[in-house]
Ligand binder design. Sequence first.
Ligand SMILES: NC(=O)c1ccc[n+]([C@@H]2O[C@H](COP(=O)([O-])OP(=O)(O)OC[C@H]3O[C@@H](n4cnc5c(N)ncnc54)[C@H](O)[C@@H]3O)[C@@H](O)[C@H]2O)c1
Length: 333
Amino acid sequence: MKDFNGKIAVITGAGTGMGRALALQLVSEGCGVAICDVLMDNLEETEKLCRKRAAKGSLFTAHECDVSDENQVTAFCDAVKQQHKTDHINLLFNNAGVGGGGSFLVNERSEWDRVFGIDWFGVYYCTRAFMPLLMASQEGHIINISSVNGFWACLGPMGAHTAYSSAKFAVKGFTEALQVDLRINAPHVKASVVMPGHIGTDIAINSSKVLGVNSVEEMTSEELTRSRERMQRAGVPTEGLNDEELRAMIKQLRDDFRDTAPVTSAQAAAVILDGVRNEQWRILVGEDAQFLDQMVRENPETAYEISFAEKLMEEREKRGAGNVLDALKPREE
Ligand SMILES: NC(=O)c1ccc[n+]([C@@H]2O[C@H](COP(=O)([O-])OP(=O)(O)OC[C@H]3O[C@@H](n4cnc5c(N)ncnc54)[C@H](O)[C@@H]3O)[C@@H](O)[C@H]2O)c1
């Protein structure tokens, strides 16, 4: 698909971050866009921005939908058909996602299931629901946002990341399997898997809201204790910090994640849309994603060893890529 003008795109999780950036770039190119999210304040803000930016004549709609709930996804799909007066769409961006569910062993099962439910089943339900509309188009493209955690299942050897990584591996595997399925059964529909490295977004803040975790200011002492334990397991030094200092540190880490990233969400959206135009089925976003992919391919057996993380940190420092992963530097035991 070389041109988005006059096409129709569906973007999940477009309340902020990469989803919002994709929506803004597409509406300004004359693409009709339907977005969804569960955080309504953010959704309304994206709606305002897109209405201002939309090229004349292109239709924009915003919908409340939890992608992990198949009934809501079906209702979202029906609303898109009705409001865009269409029997087809051209682009489906399965972008909604949350972090969390770190350890399979010690974290709450409910959090694990919720993260996997959004990050994998959200992609599955939306692809199921919108596939007939993509097949009804002359040119269709599914863009599934996985992650570097779709090929490297941790945040370093001290940071268990099981629910998110399992879901992102599933998203990548599904998109790879679709390459052949689509070629045989619907060659006018393409699929791309996107594997971003560190992109500056509010995913940490949004994930807490979606998972129903209190904001940093409202965290109870029990929640702070659990966070302290998680951070310690991940190698973040929290010993000797009182509760207020710990709150400040959590807030700082979240702000740093957004503000010190080597790639902004607008830059990431531009890379993703270029990948779609060039029919790349595999889209790595950011230099950090490129060299991590290369390192894992060169040395899969050591990918979860401390020596691998040390090499990764060296590589990051050499290339001056972000500082947020400094927190994941392996600790001396
Ligand atoms: N930021 C990064 O460094 C990074 C790296 C790799 C992959 N990703 C992936 O990129 C995608 C976009 O994330 P982002 O970084 O722009 O963060 P973001 O928080 O700005 O965007 C994710 C959006 O999904 C929404 N969402 C969460 N649960 C939902 C649900 N059940 N139904 C509908 N919407 C829901 C959130 O409210 C949010 O608006 C995610 O899939 C994320 O896992 C992000």
